[in-house]
Design a protein around this ligand. Structure first.
Ligand code: NAD
Length: 452
C-alpha cells in the first residue's frame, strides 16, 4: 500500500518505519525541515531503541521516503496518517492547531480518493472537524474528491515503541465507512494474525478509547502513590503491598509502581484534556480530577524528603544533589513533563546545586533546562556529566530519578565512600533498603521502610 505519515515524531516515525518494514511504501512528512534533513542523512532525531536500524534498512530499500513538501505526501498516498502533536492548550484542552493545519494542507492538494487517519490523540469530535477542514479546502478549489476520515489512536509506549507497534495488544479503528474500515483492516493484517487484535467501532468511541486508556493508567499510578504515602505513615511497605495486590488477576501486576508521579507527553495532557472535554459537557470527572491533584503533589514528594533530611529549606542551600536519570522514563530522551524538571526547579529555588547524569537525554535535558532557567543559572548551578559515577563525585546525596537499567546495580561501597552525607533517595523504589543500610547508607524510597 502507499502511505503518507504527517508528523515524524515519536508516533509518526515509528508508525511509518513499521508500516514500511512490512512492505508498504511510506512517505514521512514533517514541517520541521531540520528533522527531514537529518532523516534523509540517516540520522534519527529522537532516541527510540531499534529505530535507527529500522529506518535505515527501510530507507535503503526505497520503502521509506522523507519530505517536507505536502505535494509529495498527498500525491503519494492512498492512506494518509495524521501523527502531529496535540499539546495542551492553556485551558487544558488539546490544541488542534497542528491537526487542522495538516488537514487543510491535505485538502488544498487532494486529487484522488484517500483515507485520512487520525493517529494523534484527539478529543471526541475531532474527526468531524478534520473532515470539515478538508471538505472546506476542496470546496474552495471547486473539486469533488471522495475521502473518508477514520480514527486509529496509537497505544505505543516510548522506549518500547517498535515492539508495541509490531506486536500490538489491540488495534482500535473507528470508521463510518465500510470500505475505509476494510482498507485499515488490510493495512494492519501483518500486525495481527486473523485480524484478531482488530477492534472496529464508531469514530467517537475510538477517539474516547484512547483517553479512557490513559486516564485509567494515570489513575492506577495516582492510586498507588497515595497508598505509598499512607504506607509511610503506617510503617508499611508499598512494595510488599504492590506484590500482595498485583497477584489478584482482577488487579494485575502492571502499572502498580509508586514513584515520583507520572510525566511524559501523554498522561498529563490527556488527563487534562478529558477533564476539559467533560466540563465542556457540564460533567465533572471527580476521579480524574483527584488523579491529577495527587500527581501534582507526588512530583514534590522527593523534594520534601530532601528538605526534611537537610533540616529545612535553608539546609539545602549550597548543597550538591546528584541526580541519576533526567528523561521522564527509561529508554527515551523525552523530557516533556519529566518529574526531574520539577525537582531541579525546586532545588534551584532552594539554592542547591545539581550534578546530573542520564544515559541518553543529556543534550535534550540541557536544551530544556537552559530554556527554562536561563544560561546563567544552568552554567553556575547545574552540571550534566558523562557517567553515573561522575555524578556522585562531590555530591552530598544521590537521588534516583529515572530507573534506567544501568542504575539498577549500583556500587554501594563507592556510593558510601563518595556521598558526603551517605544518603540515597530512591524515586522509583528499585533498590533494596536492607542492602543500602548494610553498606552504611541512609535509604529513602517512596512509601517504604527506610532500611536504617
Ligand atoms: P512529537 O511532538 O514527537 O511529533 C509531532 C511532529 O509533528 C513534530 O515533528 C512536528 O514538527 C510535526 N508537525 C507539527 N505540525 C505539523 C504539520 N502541520 N504538518 C506536518 N508536521 C507537523 O509528537 P508525538 O509524541 O509523536 O505525538 C504525536 C501524537 O500522538 C500526539 O497526539 C500524542 O498525544 C499521540 N501519542 C503519542 C504517544 C507517545 O508516546 N509519544 C503515544 C501515543 C499517542
Amino acid at each position: 500500500m502507499k502511505i503518507s505519515v504527517i508528523g515524524t515524531g515519536y508516533v509518526g516515525l515509528v508508525s511509518g518505519a513499521c508500516f514500511a518494514d512490512v512492505g508498504n511504501t511510506v512517505l514521512c512528512l514533517d514541517v520541521d525541515t531540520r528533522k527531514i534533513t537529518m532523516l534523509k542523512d540517516g540520522i534519527i532525531p529522537i532516541h527510540e531503541p531499534g529505530l535507527d536500524n529500522l529506518v535505515q534498512r527501510n530507507a535503503a530499500a526505497g520503502r521509506l521516503l522523507f519530505s517536507s513538501n505536502y505535494d509529495d505526501a498527498v500525491s503519494h498516498a492512498d492512506i494518509i496518517f495524521l501523527a502531529v502533536g496535540t499539546p495542551p492548550d492553556e485551558d487544558g484542552s488539546a490544541d488542534l492547531t497542528h491537526i487542522l493545519s495538516a488537514a487543510r494542507s491535505i485538502g488544498e492538494r487532494l486529487t484522488k480518493p484517500a483515507v485520512i487517519v487520525d493517529k494523534s490523540t484527539v478529543p471526541v469530535g475531532t474527526a468531524e472537524k478534520v473532515k470539515r477542514a478538508i471538505a472546506g479546502e476542496l470546496e474552495k478549489r471547486g473539486v469533488n474528491v471522495a475521502f473518508h476520515v477514520v480514527s486509529n489512536p496509537e497505544f505505543l509506549k516510548e522506549g518500547a515503541a517498535i515492539d508495541d507497534f509490531m506486536k500490538p495488544d489491540r488495534i482500535v479503528v473507528g470508521a463510518d465507512d465500510a470500505d475505509a474500515a476494510k482498507q485499515m483492516r488490510q493495512l494492519y493484517a501483518p500486525f495481527s494474525r486473523n485480524h484478531e487484535k482488530f477492534v472496529e467501532m464508531d469514530i467517537r468511541s475510538a477517539e474516547l478509547t484512547k483517553y479512557a486508556a490513559n486516564a485509567m493508567l494515570a489513575t492506577r499510578i495516582s492510586f498507588m502513590n497515595e497508598l505509598a504515602n499512607l504506607s509511610e505513615l503506617l510503617g508499611a511497605d508499598i512494595e510488599a503491598v504492590r506484590l500482595g495486590i498485583g497477584m489478584d488477576p482482577r488487579i494485575g501486576p502492571d502499572f502498580l509502581y509508586a514513584g515520583m508521579g507520572y510525566g511524559g507527553s501523554c498522561f498529563p495532557k490527556d488527563v487534562k484534556a478529558l477533564i476539559k472535554t467533560a466540563s465542556d459537557h457540564k460533567q465533572q470527572l471527580h476521579l480524574l480530577t483527584a488523579t491529577e491533584t495527587v500527581n501534582d503533589a507526588q512530583k514534590n514528594v522527593l523534594f520534601t524528603k530532601l528538605v526534611r533530611f537537610f533540616g529545612g529549606d535553608a539546609g539545602l542551600k549550597g548543597k550538591t544533589i546528584a541526580l541519576w536519570g533526567l528523561s521522564f522514563k527509561p529508554n527515551t530522551d523525552d523530557m516533556r513533563e519529566a518529574p526531574s524538571r520539577i525537582l531541579i526547579k525546586a532545588l534551584f529555588d532552594a539554592g542547591a546545586n545539581v550534578i546530573a547524569y542520564d544515559p541518553v537525554a543529556r543534550e535534550e535535558a540541557k536544551r530544556v533546562l537552559v530554556a527554562e532557567h536561563g544560561e546563567d543559572l544552568c552554567n553556575t548551578r547545574l552540571r550534566i556529566v558523562e557517567s553515573a559515577r561522575q555524578a556522585v563525585e562531590g555530591a552530598d546525596v544521590l537521588v534516583l530519578v529515572t530507573e534506567w537499567k544501568e542504575f539498577r546495580a549500583p556500587d554501594l561501597p563507592f556510593l558510601a565512600e563518595k556521598l558526603k552525607q551517605k544518603a540515597v533517595f530512591d524515586g522509583r523504589n528499585i533498590y533494596d533498603p536492607e542492602a543500602f543500610a548494610a553498606a552504611g547508607l541512609v535509604y529513602e524510597g517512596i512509601g517504604r521502610r527506610s532500611g536504617k
